[in-house]
Design a protein around this ligand. Structure first.
Ligand code: PLP
Length: 395
């Protein structure tokens, strides 16, 4: 055997030994609030990013099918060679209209949107100021550029200001603040009003990755900036089509024209990666139409979120307070969180425990995610399961 394999097998052993080996449950149904797996039928799904229940929506599926008939299966090209259809231009225009931005550029994922952003618009003379809890794709995108980096404690505006002052003292040419709109382990929302104030005071630009915000919060489901009434103060958004917006895959960067123009010319994850499938583009256009014209989606999501949050609190469990459908049920103790997630399955409820290093030590939790598509009965079953397990574990 070649040396390399010994090394890799040992690495895998180490992961197993530390108890961090990930196994994947195999779902045998479409993604929805009630799923079957190959091991267990009838699980109430509390851990998908399917916030609006559009992942298996009949109209979205019909639009995707119509898309494949009208536009084909794929483009076999990057956008700038022969991979741009009217459909892609239409989706970019509709996303810009929805997000109230100048322009939008599509990517294969939000991971790629972040991977192709920083290096394109920032260089060694500049500074990136980043929230410590930002998504891995932001961290990786930032690693690709030679820009000076500053990091502030999660949502800590005093530290952010200090970073801005340091960057200013170092004569950074461009200062860019980057934050997740919603922090996915906690469901907390970035303090955009203060971030935008500071950005204006220190002549910085604001970049928001709103993957858990768009289609989830804001009066018109436009995300964190709408929620905080600062859409026009954010320079650029990145986001995913793979969560609330249909849950298939794909991502985008949307914002000021000067930035999007440059990305189309120079962003490597755009230039050297294939066009988004017309199937997804057609489905996504339907998703935007549904979100814009079906107010009941937001009403149901908000009602379900409030109902579940109150329900969990009423049985004496602690959650991270907030308004987002990400509801972390706090266990603190790692074993308690693991046991709780395991017992939930016995009661037919699927939610996942998160431990160090994904969350800080001593902050273990079971993270639940509410969907507009959950029925009251499903949420009641989930809450009752938490209640029973909480009693069992207290004994
Ligand atoms: C999910 C997520 C991504 C990745 O999105 P993909 O489209 O699945 O690559 C990026 N950023 C944030 C904040 C996310 O939550």
């Amino acid at each position: 055997m070649k040396t390399a394999y010994n090394h890799w097998m040992q690495t895998a052993e180490d992961i197993r030994a530390s108890g961090l080996w990930k196994t994947e449950r195999v779902i045998t149904t479409p993604q929805s609030p009630l799923i079957d797996t190959d091991k267990q039928p009838g699980l109430i799904n509390m851990c998908a990013n399917n916030y609006l229940g559009l992942a298996d929506h009949p109209e979205v599926k019909a639009a995707a099918k119509a898309g494949i008939d009208r536009w084909g299966y794929g483009l076999s090209s990057v956008r700038f060679i022969c991979g741009t259809q009217e459909l892609h231009k239409e989706l970019e225009a509709k996303l810009s209209e929805f997000l109230q931005t100048d322009d939008t550029i599509l990517y294969s994922s939000c991971y790629d949107a972040n991977g192709g952003l920083f290096e394109t618009i920032l260089s060694a003379e500049d500074a990136i100021i980043s929230d410590e809890l930002n998504h891995a794709s932001i961290i990786d995108g930032v690693r690709l550029c030679k820009t000076a980096r500053f990091r502030y404690k999660n949502n800590n505006m005093a530290e952010l200001e200090k970073c801005l002052q340091e960057a200013q003292a170092q004569n950074a040419r461009i200062k860019a603040i980057v934050t997740d709109g919603v922090f996915s382990m906690d469901g907390t929302i970035a303090n955009l009003p203060v971030i935008c104030d500071l950005a204006e005071r220190y002549d910085a630009i604001v970049i928001v990755d709103d993957s858990h915000g768009v289609g989830v919060i804001g009066a018109g489901l436009r995300g964190t900036a709408e929620y905080h009434d600062c859409i026009n103060r954010v320079d650029v958004f990145t986001g995913t089509l793979g969560k609330a917006l249909g849950g298939s895959s794909g991502g985008y960067t949307s914002g000021r024209k000067a930035i999007i123009d440059l990305l189309r010319q120079k962003s490597r994850t755009y230039l050297f990666s294939n066009t988004l499938s017309p199937i997804i583009a057609s489905g996504s256009l339907k998703v935007l139409e549904l979100i814009t014209h079906s107010p009941e989606l937001k009403i149901r999501l908000d009602e379900n979120t409030a109902y579940f949050r109150n329900g969990i609190k009423s049985i004496g469990l602690e959650i991270k307070e907030g308004v987002h459908p990400i509801v972390p049920v706090m266990c603190y103790d790692e074993r308690k969180a693991a046991l709780m997630a395991e017992k939930l399955l016995v009661y037919g409820v699927y939610a996942v425990g998160f431990f160090f290093p994904v969350v800080p030590k001593g902050q273990a939790r079971v993270r639940c995610q509410v969907s507009a598509a959950h029925t009251r009965a499903q949420l009641d079953t989930a809450i009752a399961a938490f209640a029973k397990i909480n009693e069992e574990m207290a004994e």
